[in-house]
Design a binder for this molecule. Structure first.
Ligand code: ZN
Ligand code: ZN
Length: 257
């Protein structure tokens, strides 16, 4: 059975799970080990069942669990060389690691993996496309923009975890100090609802059936607003997809592929 399930999403921690046959891959490991294990238990798994832990980038909301988690699993850590350089000092010794350059493709067991570089303020940050055909899932969060190259990597993915971080007007009119507003709105920051909606339309025109809206800002977004913005854009373009929100602090509904 193949499925994809988010375990947590947002600036307080990001983590999701992709299960394809015998491969059980965690994508990002924000939150902590107990939280992740509790979520996995709800799916009849535990951290010792994981085969790989893939990391998009070195920010704490994506790696916080690693120092402890890696002591409780034999899973291979999979990340870019630059991400590894940033996090290695905090990790236990002797962990099995598979390093790559963003843009590279490779196999993890019998699952093909594509990676793509993302524009974000963490060196070596990337997104992932896992599986093939109707099993294909893309993880696309923590990036300021979606380039043609990124879109081509994701094209045809059945399910996409897509960042829908903020409403640009809420950022501009909100309480954040100017440098932080500028960072969020920049090409190295996070995707807005409107930008994500445009990407969502194009994805659905190329075969995406499930959109999971991710990494919503608690201060600069509203779940309803993110959902409505994406759904309205799909309706206007005459395309259909199942659109849901990746919950902040609990596992989402598993998407069966
Ligand atoms: Zn993040
Ligand atoms: Zn980040």
């Amino acid at each position: 059975m193949t499925y994809f399930c988010t375990l947590a999403s947002g600036s307080a921690g990001n983590c999701s799970l992709y299960v394809n046959g015998r491969q059980r891959m965690l994508v990002d490991a924000g939150k902590n080990t107990r939280y992740i294990n509790d979520c996995l238990r709800q799916l009849a798994l535990s951290v010792s069942d994981l085969t790989h832990i893939l990391i998009t980038h070195s920010h704490g909301d994506h790696v916080a669990a690693l120092p402890v988690l890696l002591k409780h699993t034999r899973a291979t850590l999979v990340c870019s060389g630059e991400t590894f350089s940033a996090i290695a000092p905090r990790l236990p010794q002797g962990v099995p690691v598979r390093l790559f350059e963003p843009g590279e493709g490779f196999w993890l067991g019998d699952v093909p993996v594509k990676t793509f570089a993302t524009s974000h303020d963490a060196p070596g940050s990337c997104g992932f496309v896992l599986g093939q055909g109707s099993d294909r899932v893309a993880v696309c969060t923590d990036l300021g923009t979606v380039t043609g190259e990124i879109f081509e990597s994701m094209r045809g993915s059945r399910a996409v975890l897509l960042e829908c971080n903020h409403d640009a007007e809420m950022v501009k009119n909100g309480p954040y100090p100017f440098p932080l507003k500028a960072r969020i709105l920049s090409d190295q920051g996070h995707l807005s609802n409107k930008f994500a909606a445009k990407v969502a339309v194009r994805l659905c025109q190329t075969g995406t059936k499930h959109l999971l809206l991710a990494h919503l800002s608690a201060e600069n977004n509203e779940p309803r607003l993110a959902l409505d913005t994406v759904r309205a854009a799909l309706r206007e373009a005459g395309v259909e997809a199942d659109v849901s929100l990746a919950p902040r602090e609990m596992p989402g509904e598993p998407v069966l592929l």
